[in-house]
Ligand binder design. Structure first.
Ligand code: PLP
Length: 430
C-alpha cells in the first residue's frame, strides 16, 4: 500500500480521490433459501401461532446456538425488553439505570410500567455503560440495570453481574446488536439474568440475526421465563404445561392477555439469517482487526476499546473511532469527516448517539398517565445539559467507520489510505 505523503492534495480541495474501488458490501444474503422457507410456510398455511412448528424450531436452534435454558421469540426487540422488565418485577415507583448514550426503545417498556429512568455515564474508552458510575446511582428503588451491548461491543459483564448480585438487582441486557458476541468464552444470553435480542431489519445492514421485525429473549431463570409467558404469550402452544408456579398455573391459556408473538414469516427469514451468522461475524471481526491495526498508525484516530474478555459481534451501526482533534491542530471532526468522505471513503459522525437525558420528556417531565401521575409527573426532577459531562464531552469525538463482511479486494487498504491521507494533510484544512 502506498503511504500518503504530507503535501498530497486532498480531494476536498481538488486533488485525486484516495478510494477508487467500490465501497459497497459484496456479501449477499441467501435469498433463494429465504424464498424456499417462506414459500413452505405459505403453502402450509402455518402463518400464525407460537410454541410449535417453525417458530419453535427457530427458538430451539437459537437456544442451542446461545447455550441457554429458555428462549422465547417475540414481535420486536423492544417488546422483548418490556417482557423482560415484567419478568424481573418492574413496576410503578421503581427505578432503572441505563446509559444516557442509549436508546428509548431499550427502556420504554419499563417507563410505561411506571418506572423512572436514572441515566448514567458511559466509559470514554469503550463507549459502553460505566459500571462504577451505574453503581453510584443505585437507590433502594432500583429494580434493574440495563446495559446495552452497543454495536455488538460487549459491556463489562463481570462488573455488572457482581453489582447486580451484591445489590439484589437484575441485569437486563439489551443484546439487540450482539448475536453471537461473547464474554470470557461464553455467548451473551447464556450466563446473565436475562438478555433481549432484536431481529429488526435484513442482512447485511440489519441486526446480526434479522427477519424484518422480531425479537428474542433468553434466560436460564425459570421464574423469569414463566413471567414472560404469562405476560404476553397468550395462546402459545403448550403454555399450560410450561407454567409450574401455582399462581401462574392457575391461569388459563389466555394468561394475562397480551399477544406479542413473532410472525412466523419473520422467523423463517431469521432462521436463514442465523445459519450465516458465524461466517459473517468471523469475517467482520477479521476485517475490523485489519482496520483497527491500520488506525494505530494514524494520528488523531483511536479505535474504541474492547474489554479483553469480550469478543464483539455483529457491528450493527459500524465501527467506532474516537477522534482526537488535539493531534490534528484542532481540526473540527466535521471537517475531518467531510474531507474523508470527499476521498470516497464511508465515514460518519461525529456522534455519540442520542443523549437520552436531553429528550424533552426528561428535561421538562411528561404527564404520562394524565393528572400528574406516572414516573415523569409532579415529583420528577428534570435532567439538564451538563448532567453527564463524560458522555456529553464525547458528542463531537466519535466517528463511525463501516464494518465489512466481504469488501472488494483492495478496498480496505484504500479505505485506510483515505483516513491516513486526510490525517497527514490536516494543515490544508486549517
Ligand atoms: C440498542 C437497541 N435496543 C433495542 C432495540 C429495539 O429493537 P426492535 O427495533 O426490534 O424493537 C434497538 C433497535 O434498533 C436497538 O438499536
Amino acid at each position: 500500500m502506498a503511504r500518503s505523503k504530507s503535501g498530497e492534495k486532498l480531494a476536498l480541495l481538488g486533488g485525486p480521490q484516495a478510494v477508487s474501488i467500490d465501497s459497497s458490501e459484496q456479501w449477499k444474503r441467501p435469498i433463494e433459501e429465504e424464498k424456499r422457507l417462506v414459500w413452505e410456510l405459505l403453502e402450509s398455511g402455518k402463518l400464525s401461532g407460537s410454541g410449535a412448528g417453525l417458530p419453535k424450531e427457530f427458538e430451539e436452534e437459537f437456544a442451542d446456538f446461545i447455550g441457554c435454558k429458555f428462549c422465547l421469540t417475540i414481535d420486536h426487540g423492544s417488546t422483548g425488553l418490556a417482557s423482560a422488565f415484567y419478568a424481573v418485577g418492574m413496576g410503578p415507583g421503581d427505578e432503572f439505570i441505563t446509559p444516557t448514550a442509549g436508546y428509548l426503545g431499550t427502556y420504554c417498556g419499563a417507563l410505561h410500567m411506571g418506572a423512572r429512568p436514572v441515566f448514567c455515564e458511559i466509559d470514554p474508552k469503550t463507549l459502553l455503560i460505566d459500571p462504577e458510575d451505574a453503581q453510584k446511582r443505585i437507590t433502594p428503588r432500583t429494580r434493574a440495570i440495563i446495559p446495552i451491548h452497543m454495536n455488538g461491543r460487549v459491556c463489562d459483564m463481570d462488573a455488572l453481574l457482581d453489582i447486580g448480585k451484591r445489590h439484589g438487582i437484575a441485569i437486563v441486557e439489551d443484546a439487540a446488536h450482539c448475536h453471537g458476541a461473547q464474554w470470557n468464552g461464553k455467548k451473551i444470553g447464556s450466563f446473565g439474568d436475562i438478555a433481549c435480542f432484536s431481529l429488526q431489519g435484513i442482512n447485511p445492514g440489519g441486526k446480526p440475526v434479522s427477519g424484518g421485525e422480531g425479537g428474542i429473549v433468553t434466560t436460564n431463570n425459570r421464574e423469569f421465563y414463566e413471567r414472560q409467558l404469562i405476560y404476553c404469550h397468550l395462546h402459545r402452544t403448550g403454555i399450560m404445561e410450561e407454567l409450574t408456579k401455582p399462581l401462574y398455573a392457575a391461569l388459563d391459556s389466555e394468561v394475562l392477555g397480551l399477544k406479542w408473538r413473532a410472525h412466523p414469516l419473520a422467523l423463517a427469514l431469521a432462521k436463514v439469517s442465523l445459519s450465516t451468522l458465524d461466517y459473517r461475524n468471523e469475517r467482520m471481526l477479521e476485517n475490523m482487526e485489519k482496520i483497527f491495526a491500520a488506525l494505530q498508525e494514524i494520528p488523531g484516530l483511536k479505535p474504541v476499546q474492547h474489554y479483553p474478555k469480550s469478543r464483539p459481534a455483529g457491528f450493527y451501526g459500524g465501527l467506532k473511532v474516537i477522534y482526537h482533534p488535539e493531534e490534528l491542530g484542532g481540526l473540527p471532526a466535521t471537517k475531518f469527516v467531510e474531507a474523508v468522505e470527499a476521498e470516497g471513503a464511508p465515514v460518519s459522525g461525529p456522534s455519540v448517539g442520542h443523549l437520552e437525558h436531553l429528550r424533552t420528556i426528561f428535561t421538562q417531565g411528561f404527564d404520562l398517565w394524565g393528572e400528574g401521575r406516572g414516573p415523569l409527573g409532579k415529583d420528577f426532577k428534570p435532567y439538564k445539559k451538563g448532567d453527564f459531562p463524560v458522555t456529553e464531552g464525547l458528542k463531537d469525538r466519535v466517528l463511525t467507520l463501516r464494518a465489512y463482511i466481504e469488501p472488494k479486494e483492495g478496498f480496505l487498504e484504500e479505505y485506510m489510505e483515505a483516513l491516513r491521507k486526510v490525517a497527514s494533510n490536516y494543515e490544508q484544512l486549517l
